[in-house]
Design a protein around this ligand. Sequence first.
Ligand SMILES: CC(=O)N[C@@H](CCC[C@H](N)C(=O)O)C(=O)O
Length: 373
Amino acid sequence: MDGVQLKKIRRALHQIPELGFEEVKTQKYLLDRIDEIKSDRVSVSTWKTGVLVHVAGTSPKQTIGFRSDIDGLPITEETGYEFQSSHAGKMHACGHDFHMTIALGALKSVIDQPVADNVVFIFQPAEEGPGGALPMLESDEFRQWKPDVIFALHISPELPTGTVSCKEGLLFANTSELFLDFKGQGGHAAYPHLTKDMTVAASSFIVQMQQIVSRGIDPVESAVVTIGKMESGFVQNAIAETARLEGTIRTLDPSSIHIVKEKLERLISGFELSHDCTIEVDYGANYYQVYNDHELAALFQETVIEAGLEFQRANAAMTGEDFGYMLKEIPGFMFWLGVESDYGLHSSKLNPDEAALQAGVKTVYSMVQRLSE
Ligand SMILES: CC(=O)N[C@@H](CCC[C@H](N)C(=O)O)C(=O)O
């Protein structure tokens, strides 16, 4: 596919972002495009809102998997693009429109220029939440074409367009979502002494919880606790009886996440006592770390450089990815692809450079060819 075709696909996908397991239009769009390019060596299957495409190799010894996530985020787009999201309050703010486009481009390359091994393209729902990788991995649809080796990409706004970045070992963190529901006695704004103000309790909790990482985790380990959303109250002159905090916990060491949770629960008990309230905690979706296979990451670096693409060694990041579950079971790796955006991932103004699409397709196809030698 040339740059113009890739751009067209990316823009069409960009307009229809859907949340986890609601990717109905996205699935249809993918199936329509796959239908246009498929040959008699191609078999297609669906799992929930996801899609799997198997391309039979010319003399297969193994199956190579490439996975793309397909969901968007509950963010209101502010890019001002003429092709901006047509779904109010939803946006491809994490680049999954790029990931899908690159997967379709690489699929077309594998169909047009066949390789010896079987290749399966996996379009996986619900990466942002509640997590599609683990249930998909366990599904019959996935198991029928289970790859022997698997890889995936993520766009990187911080890297120059087309630069590929990877490392062996740990790439992404262990994660746990965090939802906290505070409940106490609300009342009139003029009578605070007769209430248990949940806005004050939740605000104070956010401040206190900063010490979990700074004083509870070994400084040579890394951890993050972020609250991304806070809700409380209904009107300016009433004291809120409920408050809700939504956030995420990230750690580089899988065991540290339990330490953070244990300290959080102690803090909750203390707050329930001191603020005379109840606090319910829910850890939502938990993702296992993305750990790249050493040999495959080295082979990938060699392949990228030989293909004439720019390569930069990556550092581990506190981002999370449910692709970690696939890597726990199947050897493989994940890599970053530079898209040089003025705004970062999960920004309402994320504006990745579409010139990276062709570099992405070339990278994926070169690695498929290399693995298939
Ligand atoms: C690459 C990326 O941005 N991934 C997301 C994964 C979200 C996991 C889950 N919803 C959580 O927040 O813990 C990320 O935020 O890192």
